[in-house]
Design a protein around this ligand. Structure first.
Ligand SMILES: C[S@@+](CC[C@H](N)C(=O)[O-])C[C@H]1O[C@@H](n2cnc3c(N)ncnc32)[C@H](O)[C@@H]1O
Length: 352
């Protein structure tokens, strides 16, 4: 998934840096800003018991499906109730059923579909109507107890992933494109994903990191806060709507949700340093690993001061490709600074 700050291409760098810093890779791992859950899932696979968190609902859905849950859904009740004949696997049977559902003109069609009343070109008419039918079916099954909680989150997570894949945008939902990208013209397709079982208890959370930090403890605390002033809520609002499905009234040309309660201090130049200081000083962990970027809004000196107050700091650096949307290319934003940024991993061995 294309997501600002997605660490899926930096998992090796993060793991190797921790090994080089002699951090024992076992025990309990907390990922306080989980986003796509790439880091939480990686450390789950390494055998850690994992606590994940993010204040966005679409992230919480993915955490519930792939971090907290340890079992591939069986879908017993829904298969029986709809009299579906099981093909290659129960999961594939249910996904095939949803992929072939009758499309319907609903909330997604009206608000995010090219032919809806708002003419927003996030999805083709067919895909918007399929999103409506699939999302309503998943909700209906949950409300009538045909799927349990983990089955519900699994289906919702694969729907979010599939919708994101065919969305007509270039990296964020800050704007839709005015001409169709080729992948947006493909039919939405829910794909089977394996749920990894680490035989541990794992916990998904949807809280403000500044609050949750006072109630968690463990071995490694991984921090990957936003590093620039782009708020996540307006940039990924379509995924949030599909996750929440509250069908709220949207505003403006791009159809924004209200996000008063999902504004991050970490994306505010005046508040970010204090927010990080609060999280780090409250942390009750043996090690803290912080991902940040050389263009982040917290000055390097402030970062080091905050971390050094907690213990000995080691710094690992990797060159990385800049996150760009098509608009960034059009406006030649960042043209003076090139395509590369430096990705830092600060590892703190916390003073006893
Ligand atoms: C850099 S991204 C994390 C990316 C993630 N590591 C990944 O690989 O996908 C930062 C995340 O922090 C979340 N976030 C920002 N401020 C937050 C806060 N105060 N509390 C909880 N989550 C927050 C955003 O929603 C976003 O998903």
């Amino acid at each position: 998934m294309k997501y600002i700050g997605n660490k899926s291409n930096l998992l090796g760098f993060i793991e190797e840096s921790l090994r080089s810093a002699d951090v024992p890779l076992r025990g309990h791992f907390t990922d306080l800003f989980s986003g796509t859950t790439s880091v939480a899932e990686h450390f789950k696979k390494l055998g850690f018991s994992v606590t994940s968190n993010d204040f966005m609902t679409y992230s919480y859905v993915m955490q519930k499906a792939f971090v907290e849950s340890n079992k591939q859904p069986s879908f017993d009740k829904v298969i029986k109730s709809l009299n579906l004949s099981v093909t290659s696997s129960p999961v594939q049977t249910v996904l095939d059923h949803l992929n072939n559902i009758e499309p319907r003109e609903g909330y997604a069609f009206h608000n995010y579909g090219a032919e809806g009343s708002q003419k927003r070109m996030y999805f083709t008419k067919e895909n918007a109507c399929l999103i409506d039918a699939i999302r309503d079916a998943i909700q209906d099954w949950r409300d009538t107890d045909l799927v349990d909680e983990s089955e519900f989150y699994y289906l919702l997570a694969v729907l979010i992933d599939a919708a994101d894949h065919v969305a007509n945008m270039s990296g964020t939902y800050g704007a839709f494109l005015k001409i169709w990208r080729s992948v947006a013209l493909k039919k939405i397709n829910l794909k089977n994903r394996i749920v990894f079982d680490n035989s541990c208890l794992n916990f998904a959370n949807q809280e403000n990191a500044e609050d949750l930090i006072t109630r968690v403890s463990g071995d490694i605390l991984y921090l990957d806060p936003p590093y620039n002033s782009r708020q996540y809520a307006p940039n990924f609002h379509v995924l949030e709507s599909i996750a929440v499905w509250d069908k709220q009234e949207l505003s403006g040309i791009t159809g924004l949700r209200n996000y008063d309660k999902q504004k991050s201090d970490f994306s505010s130049k005046t508040k970010a340093t204090q927010a990080l200081s609060k999280v780090v000083s409250s942390a009750n962990f043996r090690y803290i690993a912080l991902s940040y970027n050389n263009e982040g809004i917290i000055p390097h000196g402030d970062l080091l001061e905050i971390l050094r107050a907690k213990g000995e700091v080691q710094i690992f650096i990797q060159e990385y490709r800049r996150f760009r949307t098509e608009r960034d290319h059009d406006k030649r934003r960042y043209k003076d600074v090139g395509d590369k940024t430096q990705e830092y991993l600060f590892i703190v061995t916390v003073k006893p």
